[in-house]
Design a protein around this ligand. Sequence first.
Ligand SMILES: NC(=O)c1ccc[n+]([C@@H]2O[C@H](COP(=O)([O-])OP(=O)(O)OC[C@H]3O[C@@H](n4cnc5c(N)ncnc54)[C@H](O)[C@@H]3O)[C@@H](O)[C@H]2O)c1
Length: 445
Amino acid sequence: MNLSKTKILQPIQKKLGNTNIILVGMMGAGKTTIGKALASSLGKEFIDSDHEIQDRTGVKIPVIFEIEGEAGFRKRESEVLIELVKKNNIILATGGGAVLSRENRQLLRRGGIVIYLRATVNDLYRRTRHDKNRPLLQTQNLFVRLNELYVQRDALYRETAHVIIDSGKQGVRFLVQKLINKLISIDFNNIMQNNNKNAMQTITVDFTPSSEKRSYPIHIGHGILQQVDLIVSCLSQKRVAIVSNTTIAPLYLDKLRTALEKQGIISVPIILPDGEAHKNWETLNLIFDALLKNHCERNTAILALGGGVIGDLAGFAAATYLRGVPFIQIPTTLLAQVDSSVGGKTGINHPLGKNMIGAFYQPRMVLTDSATLNTLPDRELRAGLSEIIKYGLIRDPAFFDWLEQNMHRLLARDPVTLNEAIQRSCENKAEIVAADEKENGSGPC
Ligand SMILES: NC(=O)c1ccc[n+]([C@@H]2O[C@H](COP(=O)([O-])OP(=O)(O)OC[C@H]3O[C@@H](n4cnc5c(N)ncnc54)[C@H](O)[C@@H]3O)[C@@H](O)[C@H]2O)c1
């Protein structure tokens, strides 16, 4: 390894220390190849759990399947995994079916940083079609078999993983670098403390390449509305105004206000009429009236609790009241969670045109609780899903493939799947706005 490479890797090696990295994913996803390359880059020992089982039994895996059946093999696999995760400083590539047992999933999550190396069924087919060493793939119709296994296992890999990386058609070096970059950006302490499937994810919208250093977090999780410590850490006054509407307030306002109160934050509720027809000057003035009557000051934050209409109205009020006050988005429709709450566009409609009056005004943070989608009408859920599909179609083919596989879970409002769709959409939107904050046309896509 040359000196400059050593220098680049030192921070991540230091950050990882002896922490194990565990790779999960389908057969053919590249766990062994990527695992070996990653181990050599990070100076860790590489172990493949399937090879370990073969070494211990002295026979190939197809022979174990033949003699002991899949159940016998899975038992051996669990025993080996229990021993391997006790080690330190290893990169462990696990077999494709290792996540089938709940005990194994929990064991792996406790054993290190789990990375799901995800590949499309097409790529898996290309890589495994001549492989005779995988008993579950010895079938007349390999593509159909892989698709069945993917449908069965994808959610389990996602449930187990702390980090998901799409292997796509990229080369090994590129993928290893992508993985290292991802490892650099994540908070290990948070990961190891929050080893549960609904753990919150945080994305940063980063405008640092611009002259001013600015960035803000988007926190995404299921049931995090009452985690108001995230909000409180952004406040510079123990008083906030919460803008919501007559539909959303009865559902979520009390929960939010009570949680804030427990942290010593007083809130002024401002409840507006519901609907696009009210995204206008008259409604905006209702916000200003309430802010003035309640003597809200320069450092009184405005919280938007609602869909895109509330976000746009409250954001514009925040941009203009006293020439700008702190603003926090708490989006409650899928469309607002994947689109309108990210990027800082705020505004109202004019009789001569939609969204004609407004301002670019970035929030201090976005708190996205996917559990609020449980009460969202189906029509609104589908409107949000169309926005999500657009990201896949326009700029993220791997995401599009994933959406095709997981649409039924999204329609069923599965929390883990929703969180992931929101996260990947926000990553896409964050890239777009970071490159071209004021839509001058210079960014990608
Ligand atoms: N600022 C931007 O970048 C941006 C981007 C896209 C769209 N928009 C704007 O967003 C608006 C559309 O947003 P929208 O689709 O969220 O519509 P919306 O805000 O009107 O919400 C749709 C309906 O769902 C209700 N609702 C919201 N959350 C709910 C929940 N959790 N449970 C039950 N009901 C709930 C609302 O009260 C409303 O009746 C438009 O005005 C559009 O111009 C802005």
